[in-house]
Ligand binder design. Structure first.
Ligand SMILES: Nc1ncnc2c1ncn2[C@@H]1O[C@H](COP(=O)(O)OP(=O)(O)O)[C@@H](O)[C@H]1O
Ligand SMILES: [Mg+2]
Length: 351
């Protein structure tokens, strides 16, 4: 059974409608005769669906009443009306109602409109549920990835790094035992030692690249500066930075997320923008950390969906968005072809 509310100013029509709905097997939880009454009743009874007349007596017409109700509770609205002029339609459309029933009303039309609205409601619920599960999954995957990177990084550093250091020491031992009159062997030995040194360097870089250990060693602010330096080392690009002291504002986990967001944003500039200038701002204002990455490069088309949500994005932008969401913050993209790109992140400070 679904709870339906009817809002209609003519009593006889309202009662007929109520009777009809009940004969179709729906539960009518209430009937209101004005917009004001509809509001009060809806907040009290919390029906799933409202059949809402548009022209109503009093201050609120059906569209205004629906807007207020929809801002308070999760509800579907089907508008009923004698006529739908352009003004009504424009206003009603913004609310994304689940349907319209136009005069002359007939039973089949009413039933179809209700069924479609209820079905759409179910589908939206399923969609929200699966979106929630995907979010959980992606945050779980990101955590797992971070943990795994950390494990491999430690393993490389501790196990492999140690083993190589021992190898180097042993080579020195061999070197000392070599007879004085065999300089070519000593040379080989020295060469081997240098080679081992190179491998040790490689392992260290690999290990550091896997996990942003700079955050723990130097703090987030310095780690971000180093990251920028590192990523722009081999490209000719001017950098401008304004990085405030933001260490200790976040848990280590959150700091890693912020670091990864920056890493992706900067990598995108280097990879796609062909920019000559990149500016970075990291600053604390009130209870929010603002991060901005701006370039004067190619820019790209930011596709927006109906409600301003992104539709078509690469994995990098999606991951950034997901990470900001995990931090409880928001991300804004501004980009124009030929003018450059600006990514802004606002993250509430938690510590
Ligand atoms: N700073 C930027 N300048 C120009 N184009 C960009 C920039 N950032 C992103 N883009 C565009 O957006 C697309 C999606 O980026 P992203 O989601 O990170 O995926 P990927 O980097 O793997 O292509 C890029 O392929 C590129 O075309
Ligand atoms: Mg990318």
């Amino acid at each position: 059974m679904h709870g339906i509310m009817v809002v209609k100013d003519e009593i006889v029509l309202a009662m007929n409608l109520e009777e009809l709905l009940m004969s179709m097997g729906y539960e009518v939880v209430g009937v209101a005769y004005s917009g004001e009454q509809a509001m009060e009743m809806a907040l009290d009874l919390r029906p799933e669906l409202i059949l809402m007349d548009i022209v109503l007596p009093g201050e609120l017409d059906g569209i205004a009443a629906a807007e207020k109700i929809m801002s308070e509770i999760d509800i579907s609205v089907v508008f009923m009306t004698d006529f739908l002029n352009k003004g009504f339609l424009e206003r009603a459309k913004r609310l994304e109602p689940s349907g319209y029933i136009l005069k002359p009303f007939n039973d089949a039309q009413i039933e179809a409109a209700i069924e479609i609205a209820l079905q759409r409601r179910e589908m939206e619920k399923d969609l929200l549920e699966s979106e929630k599960r995907l979010r959980q999954l992606s945050s779980h995957l990101m955590e797992t990835q971070e943990r795994e990177r950390r494990r491999i990084s430690l393993e490389l550093h501790d196990e492999l790094g140690q083993a190589l250091t021992v190898l180097k020491l042993k080579l020195s031992g061999v070197d000392r035992k070599l007879p004085e009159d065999r300089p070519e062997l000593r040379e080989d030995c020295e060469e081997l030692r240098q080679y081992v040194d190179q491998i040790i360097g490689k392992v260290r870089r690999l290990s550091h690249g896997l996990t942003p250990s700079n955050i723990e060693d130097l703090g987030l602010s310095a780690a971000l500066s180093l990251l920028l330096e590192d990523l722009t080392k081999h490209v000719s690009i001017e950098t401008k930075t304004e990085i405030g002291e933001v260490n200790h504002l976040f848990s280590l986990e959150a700091q890693i997320n912020i670091y990864r967001i920056f890493q992706e944003a900067l990598t995108n500039v280097v990879k796609h923008a062909q920019a000559s200038l990149i500016s970075i701002v990291v600053k604390e204002f009130k209870d929010t950390l603002t991060l901005a990455v701006e370039d004067d490069g190619n820019g790209f088309e930011v596709k927006k969906g109906k409600k301003g949500k992104s539709t078509k994005r690469g994995l990098g932008l999606t991951a950034m968005e997901e990470r900001v969401r995990l931090l409880g913050g928001s991300m804004d993209i501004w980009s124009r072809k030929g003018k450059g790109t600006r990514l802004t992140f606002s993250v509430p400070i938690t510590e």
